[in-house]
Design a protein around this ligand. Structure first.
Ligand code: NAP
Length: 281
C-alpha cells in the first residue's frame, strides 16, 4: 500500500522522482549471504528507537526502493535471513509483518489469552496480525468483507469472523486498525472499558466521528504505531523461525507484471501479500 500512496504523491515531493518503488525485500549480499531488508533508515548519529527519529527515512522516500535487481542500503539495514524462511516469505517481513509485530507485541500490551479484533481479513497487515496473534495464544476475532476473505482469516488462525460492523458476542481487549473511516466507530464501540485501539493506517481515510465521548468515558487508549525497529525485525524473524508461522502469500508475480499485482490489490483481491520476484529468486 505504501507504494500506492507514493504513486499518489503522498509522503513524497515531485522533485524526489524518479523513485524506484518497493519497501520490502530479501536477497543476497555481494558475498552471497542471504538477508532481509529493514526499510527504515535512521539519520546519521541517531541512537535508540529509529521509529521515533523525526528525520528517519524509508526506502522509496529518501532512498531508492527494492523493485530492482540491486538495492543499496546502509549496512545496518540488512539482517540475516533465517534458513527456515524462503526468500518470498522473508521478503514479506520488512513492512506489513514488522508493523503487525510492533502493534501486537510492543504497543498493545495484550497478554496471551486475551481477545483481539482485527479490522480487515485479507490485507498485508491484517493477515500478519491474525497469524501472529493466533501463534501467541490470543483469541483472534476478525472482520472481513466477503465470505472468501473471512474463510482466509479462519484458515490463518482466526477463532471467529464477522461481517464489518457486526455486533460481537462480547467486547474485546484490543482492536487493530488499518482501515480508518470505514471501521473506526465499530472499533471504538467494540472495546471493553480500558481497552486499546492500535492504529497504523487509514486506508479509507480519517473517520468523520472521532468517538471522543466513548474514548474518555470508557478510558480507552488510542495508540499509534509506525513500522518497527531493527531489533524488532530480528525478533520477528526469530518468532517465525521458532513457531513455524509463515506469511500468507496471495500471489507471486515476476517484477515485469507488477502493475497486475497493484491492480489486484487495489481491487481488493488480496489474500495475503503479493510478492514480486526478480531473476534468481
Ligand atoms: N504505519 C505503518 O508503519 C504502516 C505499515 C504498513 C501499512 N500501513 C498502512 O496500513 C494500511 C493497510 O496496509 P496493508 O498493506 O495491510 O493494505 P492491504 O493489503 O491493501 O489491506 C487493506 C485492508 O483494509 C481492509 N479494507 C479496505 N477497505 C475497507 C473497507 N471499505 N471496509 C472494511 N475494510 C476495508 C481490507 O479488508 P478485507 O480483508 O475485508 O478486504 C484489508 O484487510 C494502509 O493504509 C497502509 O498504508 C502503515
Amino acid at each position: 500500500m505504501h507504494d500506492v500512496w507514493t504513486l499518489r504523491g503522498v509522503g513524497i515531493k515531485p522533485e524526489q522522482f524518479p523513485m524506484i518503488l518497493g519497501c520490502d525485500g530479501a536477497g543476497v549480499l555481494d558475498d552471497g549471504s542471504p538477508v532481509v531488508i529493514h526499510a527504515m533508515i535512521a539519520s546519521p548519529g541517531w541512537t535508540g528507537d529509529e521509529t521515533l527519529d523525526p528525520k528517519r527515512s524509508l526506502l522509496t522516500e529518501g532512498y531508492q526502493g527494492t523493485f530492482a535487481d540491486q538495492v543499496v542500503v546502509p549496512r545496518r539495514n540488512v539482517l540475516p535471513k533465517p534458513d527456515a524462511l524462503s526468500f518470498a516469505e522473508a521478503a514479506c517481513m520488512g513492512i506489513a509483518w514488522l508493523t503487525a509485530y510492533r502493534m501486537l507485541f510492543v504497543k498493545s500490551g495484550l497478554r496471551p489469552g486475551q481477545t483481539m479484533l482485527v479490522q480487515g481479513a485479507s490485507g498485508g497487515v491484517a493477515t500478519a496480525l491474525i497469524q501472529l496473534g493466533s501463534a501467541a495464544g490470543l483469541r483472534v476475532w476478525v472482520t472481513g468483507r466477503t465470505e472468501a476473505k473471512r474463510g482466509l482469516a479462519q484458515r490463518l488462525g482466526a477463532h471467529a469472523t464477522f461481517e464489518p460492523g457486526a455486533r460481537l458476542p462480547e467486547r474485546v481487549d484490543a482492536v487493530f486498525e488499518t482501515v480508518g473511516k470505514a471501521t473506526w466507530s465499530h472499533s471504538i464501540k467494540s472495546l471493553k472499558p480500558g481497552g486499546v485501539v492500535v492504529v497504523c493506517g487509514a486506508t479509507t481515510g480519517d473517520p468523520e466521528v472521532a468517538e471522543l465521548q466513548r474514548i474518555f468515558f470508557l478510558q480507552l487508549r488510542v495508540v499509534g504505531s509506525a513500522l518497527g525497529t531493527r531489533e524488532e525485525l530480528a525478533d520477528l524473524l526469530s518468532f517465525c523461525a521458532n513457531t513455524g508461522v509463515r506469511p500468507a502469500i496471495g500471489g507471486e508475480y515476476p517484477l515485469s507484471q507488477a502493475p497486475d499485482a497493484f491492480k489486484a490489490m487495489l481491487a481488493g483481491e488480496t489474500a495475503g501479500k503479493f510478492v514480486l520476484t526478480t531473476s534468481g529468486f
